[in-house]
Design a protein around this ligand. Sequence first.
Ligand SMILES: [Zn+2]
Length: 178
Amino acid sequence: MPAELVGASYRCSTCGQELAEAASLLPAWDPRVVPCSGITGHDCEVAGKRTLQFSTCQSFVINPFPRRFELVLVDKIVKTAATEIGPEAMLENSWFEGRAHRVLVCTQCEDHIGWSYKARQGDVIFGLALSVSKFWAWLCLCALVVFALYQVTAGGHVLVATATLLIALLKLSPHILL
Ligand SMILES: [Zn+2]
């Protein structure tokens, strides 16, 4: 879980660094937030504030092993706690209308903690990922193990089956570990 609520702050769940105050959560009715199709918001109360928690899943087009995310939006993060990485901000595949997104990582442990969403006029809001589900990657891992076992029990060579499985695991590991 990349970010977690501890007391009145969201912290990196890997290293504990403070990322944002719960007071920075955007209210449920904030006009800056216009969700695109494919993401849904659920009303919730966090630290006495009415806000929205969003659920969404990546498409197979952008990730062969799509991940499901739960996230909340804040308008401020601790300046030194997060940095943007990866490609330049882009509107394509953004979950919020008119907002170009970039990946945010924790500056201390470099774990993925969420995204920045920048509007054309420069206003930025931030999505903090609360949970990440890697269902498809795990399903693929199970299928690989079952296939390797089948190869062995069907009279295949144990060494060949093991080598094939190890190569496949090597390819799959970034999708499970990162
Ligand atoms: Zn961290």
